[in-house]
Design a protein around this ligand. Sequence first.
Ligand code: ATP
Ligand code: MG
Length: 282
Amino acid sequence: MDLAPLYRRMGKHSWKILDSIFRNLWDYEYVPVQLIAHQARIGEEKTRNILRYLSDLRIVTNKQREYEGSTFTFLGLSLYSLHRLVKSGKVSMIGKKMGEGKESAIFNCYSDKFGEAVIKFHKVGHVSFKKVKELRSYGDLHFSVLAIRSAKNEFGALRKLRGLAVPEAYAWEGNAVLMELIEAKELYKVKVENPDDVLDMILEEVGKFYRRGVVHGDLSQYNVLVSEDGIWIIDFPQSVEVGSEGWRELLQRDIENILSYFRRAYGIEKDINFVLKEYGLE
Ligand SMILES: Nc1ncnc2c1ncn2[C@@H]1O[C@H](COP(=O)(O)OP(=O)(O)OP(=O)(O)O)[C@@H](O)[C@H]1O
Ligand SMILES: [Mg+2]
């Protein structure tokens, strides 16, 4: 996935067409061609041609059965979300891809407003069962809707945790979250010199999150970054509010994951009940 060269190949009409697909995502998995043509104010034949061009670039997927319609690919939704960040003045330049996994792709970017930053493009949905039920009432569940919800959830959590040891979240558009660039390494990749202090810092932070009403929900050595300046906790799409269904089990699992990593990697033994009491997590 390379966004900059693709971005340059998009014309005014292409963006209008993508705008219309985006506006109708909640009502249609495949947005009808007639509706796109109408909203984009482009003739139907020309709309079809542009949609074919966008499909050749793997930005959309077109279907012909039942009715003619188009939907975003992950690449297309990410490109369109980037466009919204650019239009709103939040992003000035997209840089290189820093990493791409099963669940997201992370890019460097530059913002006149915020300086060097990163964009995380969400690929899959991380929504709680309750939210999935909510979603059913206003449209079909499909990849784009879920990825957007997931980005929204991550942005919301990062906003609530502002000022704590998390990247500062600057903006959310579509499946993209624009956030502070953290220059640090994943915990599992390094051997820290002061594991007791690092574990203490992580648990302190989990306690602070809890007091702001947030449970991470996927805490592990993969989602903690460390450097000489300290620790950061990242990756919040599956976070839940304290008090929502299953939050206590998630909190316990988060802590157990961290404790078991420090046990295996550094031989540090800490009892979960002691930790819950010590860090004000009861
Ligand atoms: N704000 C950031 N600053 C610097 N690097 C980041 C930032 N956010 C994420 N990364 C890097 O990208 C990687 C993946 O990010 P994250 O854990 O948020 O996504 P993920 O959904 O787990 O992705 P994956 O499917 O690749 O595991 C992180 O391990 C980290 O190396
Ligand atoms: Mg992760």
